[in-house]
Structure formats: C-alpha cells, structure tokens
Write a protein that binds this ligand. Structure first.
Ligand SMILES: Nc1ncnc2c1ncn2[C@@H]1O[C@H](COP(=O)(O)OP(=O)(O)OP(=O)(O)O)[C@@H](O)[C@H]1O
Ligand SMILES: [Mg+2]
Length: 239
C-alpha cells in the first residue's frame, strides 16, 4: 500500500500514513506509549490514537486521525481552548488511577502542544505524538499546554486575545491559581531551554538536530519574554 509522508511535526521522526494507519519508527518511549494507549482505550478515552502493534518493518502502527495540527489561533474555532483543556483534564483524571503513574498525580501526555493535537473544523479531536508520556504532576502538562496553545510572540496575535485564550483554557481545566499557572508556563519553558541549550552545543548530535534545538531556544525565549513583559495582563485575565 502507498506510504504518504506526514509532516507538521517539529522533530525528525519519520512518520508516514498507510491507509487508515500511521507508522512511525519505534523509540525508547514506544513500550510505555503502547501500554498507556492500551489503557486509555480500555478506559474509553476517545482523544488518542489506538495502538495497533508493530508492522513488518518494526514500526509502531497507530490509527490515523483525520484533520490537521494548528499553529495559529486563526485556525481554531470558538471553544477550541476549552475543549482542548477538557481533553487534557480527562486524561489526567483517568490516569490518576493508572498503576504506572504510581507515586505521582497522574500520567502526562508530556508534549500536548497544538502541533501535537489534531483539529477538525477548528476543534481539537485528539492528541497525537505520545512519545513523551510519563508520570508527573498535572500542572506540568497544563503549564506546557497553556504556553504552547495560548502564548506566542510570533504571528501577530494581540496580547488581549492570548490572555483570553489562557482564561478559557484554565476555566475549562478547573481551578488553578493564576500565579501557579503563569509559573507552570515559565517552568515548562525553562525545561525546553535547558534541554535545547545543551543539545545545540553537543557535537555528538547531527547538525539538523542542533539546528532544531537552536530554533527551540529562540521560540521558548521569545515566548517567555512575552509572558514576563505582560504578566499583569495575563494575571488580570485569570482573576
Ligand atoms: N495518529 C495520527 N493521525 C493523524 N496524523 C498523525 C498521526 N500521528 C502523526 N500524524 C501527523 O504526522 C505529523 C508528525 O507526527 P508526530 O507529531 O507524531 O511526530 P514528530 O513531532 O515529527 O516527531 P517526534 O515524535 O520526534 O516529536 C503530525 O504533525 C501529524 O500531522
Ligand atoms: Mg509532533
């Protein structure tokens, strides 16, 4: 059957569509991702691809979810932020009972940006790219989601609109103090900055990977600056 390369990811994994499935090279996270997706399927969580096994080339097989990822608010419908936050909340509530989350609040998606969310008609329908899933605390996932969905220095989005999206997302997730959410966004940026700064200087990595790390540093720094410069506006919107 025909293999169609899928782009739209920010990383290097080769992801292809084959009929109604997606195939991607197995990596260190594959086993844990497969177990989590199986658990989510049995728990009736509808916002994730199903894990279907390994193909003849040793690649993971997942269900293909029709739609597209987004990188600008103009591509999202009214209510998209609330729906996305509710999808994340349901994941956290369901995995609070997941045995592998032992000792932590729940299992996180770990990379729940709009670039890892499939939208249909401007509304989010599923999270994809579960390779970063891990046990953790809800606010770590929510802070990263709030940043990547609501805050962007690029793209000429008015700060008031960004603040309104942030409020919509927080209101739908559930009560989180304004300061705690802002700090969680900044912490998630610090994690990316730390990791990417190391990667961009590490000569063992291929040039393309170091260039992506450099790009990630520019992205996270610019967005962090926007948050710091507009902290009062964001806090006021959340209050
Ligand atoms: N289950 C799926 N259904 C529909 N499209 C998908 C699915 N999985 C991936 N895609 C498409 O393929 C693109 C790349 O996939 P994905 O986000 O999983 O990998 P990536 O970001 O390139 O890699 P990495 O795992 O290294 O972050 C996505 O942006 C999306 O457009
Ligand atoms: Mg991705």
């Amino acid at each position: 059957m025909r293999e169609e390369p899928l782009t739209g990811g920010r990383n290097a994994s080769e992801v292809v569509r084959v009929g109604e499935t997606v195939r991607r090279a197995r990596d260190r996270g594959s086993a844990s991702t497969a177990r989590l997706l199986g658990y989510l399927e049995s728990a009736g969580y509808p916002y994730a691809p199903r894990y279907l096994g390994v193909d003849d080339h040793g690649r993971d097989i997942l269900t293909y979810i029709p739609g597209r990822t987004t990188d600008h608010p103009s591509q999202r419908a009214d209510g998209a932020y609330a729906r996305g936050a509710a999808m994340l909340r349901e994941l956290h509530d369901l995995t609070a009972r997941y045995p592998l989350a032992a000792g932590r609040e729940c299992f996180l998606h770990g990379d729940a940006g709009p670039f890892n969310t499939i939208f249909s008609g401007g509304m989010p329908v599923a999270f994809i790219d579960w390779t970063s899933c891990r046990p953790g605390d809800r606010l770590d996932d929510l802070g990263y989601m709030a940043w990547t969905w609501c805050i962007q220095a690029e793209g000429n989005v008015p700060v008031d609109a960004q603040a309104a999206h942030l409020r919509e997302l927080r209101d739908a997730y559930g009560p989180v103090p304004p300061e705690a959410l802002i700090h969680a966004m900044i912490r998630s940026q610090d994690r990316i900055l730390l990791h990417s700064r190391q990667a961009m200087r590490d000569a063992r990595y291929p040039a393309a990977q170091r260039a992506r790390a450099e790009e990630a540093v520019r992205w996270a720094s610019a967005d962090q600056e926007l948050i710091r410069a507009n902290e009062q506006v964001l806090l006021a919107s959340l209050r």
